[in-house]
Design a protein around this ligand. Structure first.
Ligand SMILES: C[C@H](O)CC(=O)C(=O)O
Ligand SMILES: [Mn+2]
Length: 351
């Protein structure tokens, strides 16, 4: 393939970027956790053939997320992990674990299936609850990532302190996670810089495209020193999805930044294997736009749309109210109670 002219200047990095594909985990939110084993096998196999280094698979809310609160999975995630491991030769399978939703027992179980990475995710100010999970992941010999969610809710200095805690527990990489897709490029730069200046381990970035900034933010993150980047093929992630992997691979190739991923193969799998399973195209709708605008967790979108239908409300009003409450991941139950309150207020409002 002729990649065309490379950019002369490029970004200020000569580092290789390690990409983690998250459509099989973050994308689970967008399809109501309905992945089948056949879908996971065909996507994982194609990602492996495209030479994607890491593929994350779990319920959208991490190991053991399948529940009434977060959404029931169609297929047991351990079955999905096992199936993916069996078809991958180059790619390593990773899992996400939110302490309190998943436990050490789930991590042990996934490790037995042959995963190569565990990402331990906490709210941005709660890194201290990750200590034992990070330590266990290291004992299991896994590449261990600290994943600081809702990073827009903490200023750079506090974020760096939390990242430092994760590093002290043994994390091999720490991520700035823009769960709400609310960060603007300069805010990504400040946050990534704060981490690269205070950590010795590599820094990663996970974006969401709710404000159409996932790609711009990712490039800002790379320029500020992030070397681990998440993407989802065809934007198959919560809300408007993540940085679109096949586009990112092409952009980085144009910039002369090495990912090791085959550009044609990643484009083909996005088009031929992932696009057909989408419930609807991943675009920025008024609902996903509000997530970024109000700083709300991307996975709350479908929950809010269901609540809006149930109570005859506009999902945007629910999401704005949730944003005012500063709800964090795990507080999905708040969506229904906020909706019930709004509906009550509407009924009682003087006419
Ligand atoms: C559990 C969340 O969906 C993790 C994530 O991808 C994010 O915070 O963003
Ligand atoms: Mn996400």
């Amino acid at each position: 393939m002729n990649p065309g002219p490379r950019e002369e200047e490029g970004l200020k990095t000569n580092q290789r970027i390690t990409i983690t594909e998250v459509a099989l985990r973050d994308g689970s939110h967008a399809i109501n956790h309905q992945y089948t084993a056949d879908q996971v096998i065909s996507i994982a196999k194609a990602l492996d053939e495209a030479n994607v280094p890491y593929i994350e698979i779990s319920h959208g809310d991490g190991l053991a997320g399948s529940s009434l609160q977060y959404g029931l999975s169609r297929t047991n995630e351990m079955e999905l992990i096992e199936a993916a491991v069996s078809v991958c030769t180059a790619s390593k399978i990773g899992v996400l674990l939110l302490p309190g939703i998943g436990t050490i027992r789930h991590l042990n179980e996934a490790a037995k299936l042959g995963i190569g990475m565990a990402r331990i995710a906490t709210h941005v100010t709660e890194a201290d609850i990750s200590a034992q999970h990070i330590a266990r992941s290291k004992e299991l010999g896994l590449h261990t990532v600290g994943f600081l969610m809702m990073s827009h809710m903490a200023p750079p200095r506090l974020l760096a302190e939390q990242a430092k805690l994760m590093e002290s527990y043994g994390a091999d990489t720490v991520y700035v996670v823009d769960s709400a897709g609310a960060l603007l490029p300069h805010q990504v730069t400040e946050r990534i810089r704060a981490l690269t200046q205070s950590l010795s381990v590599p820094v990663g970035f996970h974006g969401h495209n709710n404000l159409s900034l996932a790609m711009g933010n990712t490039l800002a993150a790379i320029e500020a020193g992030a070397t681990w980047i998440d993407g989802s093929v065809r934007c198959l992630g919560a809300g408007a999805g993540n940085t679109q992997t096949e586009v990112l691979v092409a952009v980085l190739d144009r910039l002369g930044i090495e990912t090791g991923i085959d550009v044609y193969k990643i484009m083909d799998l996005a088009e031929e294997i992932v696009a057909p399973i989408l419930l609807k195209p991943q675009e920025i709708t008024r609902g996903s736009l509000i997530l970024g605008y109000a700083g709300v967790y991307s996975s709350f979108l479908l929950h809010a749309e269901r609540a809006a239908e149930k109570f005859g409300l506009d999902a945007r009003d629910i999401l704005l109210e949730i944003g005012r409450h500063k709800a964090v991941g795990g507080q999905e139950d708040m969506i229904m109670s906020v909706a019930a309150e709004l509906a009550k207020g509407k009924r009682e409002a003087p006419v």
